[in-house]
Design a protein around this ligand. Structure first.
Ligand code: ADP
Ligand code: MG
Length: 181
C-alpha cells in the first residue's frame, strides 16, 4: 500500500492540558497503519478568537497508509476517547486534532479541508510545524516560513522540548500538569 506523509496539529486548553497532549501523542502511536515520525516541542499560546485558558500546542509528522478521511476518523476517535465534547463553536476543548497537510494534496470542499485553511494565520501551528519541518511548502501557498511574519504578534512560548528525557522531563511535566498551564 502507498505510504503518505501527514502533519497533525494538536491543541488543548481545558483541564490538564499538558497531560491531554501527552495522552494524544500516546494514542497517535497506536493508530493502525500509521507511524509517528517526528514530534515538536510543546508550546503554550493564548487563545485566538476562542474562549478559555491558554493552549498547549504541538505538531507531529506521521507516515501513514490511511487515506485522509480514515486518518481524520482516527483523530476524531482519539478526541472522543480523551473526552472532547463540542458544546458550542470555538468552545474550550480538551483536545483538538487537525490534519494540517497530507502529502501535497489539496481538498477544498466538504467536511475535510487540506491544507488546513487557517494554518498560515496561526503561530501555534506554524512555529511547531517549522520546528520539525523547516523547509515545508504548503501546497497553493508556498513556504510555511514566510508566514511567520504574519503571526509575529501572537505570543508563543516553548514549554517542553521533545529531546528532553529522563527525570528532568518527568519533573517538568509533573510541574506543568499540576500548575494547570
Ligand atoms: P476547529 O478545529 O476548526 O477549531 P473542530 O475541531 O470542531 O474545529 O472541527 C470541526 C470540523 O472541521 C470537523 O468535524 C471536520 O470535519 C472539519 N475539518 C475540515 N478540515 C479539517 C482538517 N484538515 N482537519 C480536521 N478537521 C477538519
Ligand atoms: Mg479540529
Amino acid at each position: 500500500m502507498p505510504v503518505h506523509t501527514a502533519y497533525i496539529g494538536i491543541g488543548s486548553n481545558l483541564g490538564e492540558t499538558v497531560t491531554h497532549v501527552r495522552d494524544a501523542l500516546d494514542h497517535l502511536r497506536q493508530v493502525h497503519r500509521t507511524r509517528l515520525d517526528a514530534e515538536s516541542s510543546l508550546y503554550q499560546t493564548a487563545p485566538i478568537d476562542a474562549d478559555g485558558g491558554d493552549y498547549i500546542n504541538a505538531v507531529v509528522r506521521v507516515v501513514t497508509q490511511l487515506p485522509p478521511p480514515a486518518l481524520l476518523h482516527a483523530l476524531q476517535q482519539i478526541e472522543t476517547r480523551l473526552g472532547r465534547d463540542r458544546p458550542y463553536p470555538r468552545a474550550p476543548r480538551t483536545l483538538d486534532l487537525d490534519i494540517l497537510l497530507y502529502d501535497r494534496i489539496r481538498v477544498t470542499s466538504g467536511a475535510l479541508q487540506i491544507p488546513h485553511p487557517r494554518m498560515t494565520q496561526r503561530a501555534f501551528v506554524l512555529v511547531p510545524l517549522l520546528e520539525i519541518a523547516p523547509d515545508i511548502d504548503i501546497p497553493g501557498k508556498g513556504l510555511a516560513s514566510q508566514y511567520l511574519a504574519v503571526v509575529k504578534d501572537q505570543p508563543i512560548h516553548k514549554r517542553i522540548s521533545p529531546q528532553m528525557g529522563g527525570p528532568d522531563r518527568q519533573r517538568i511535566m509533573n510541574f506543568l500538569a499540576g500548575s494547570q498551564v
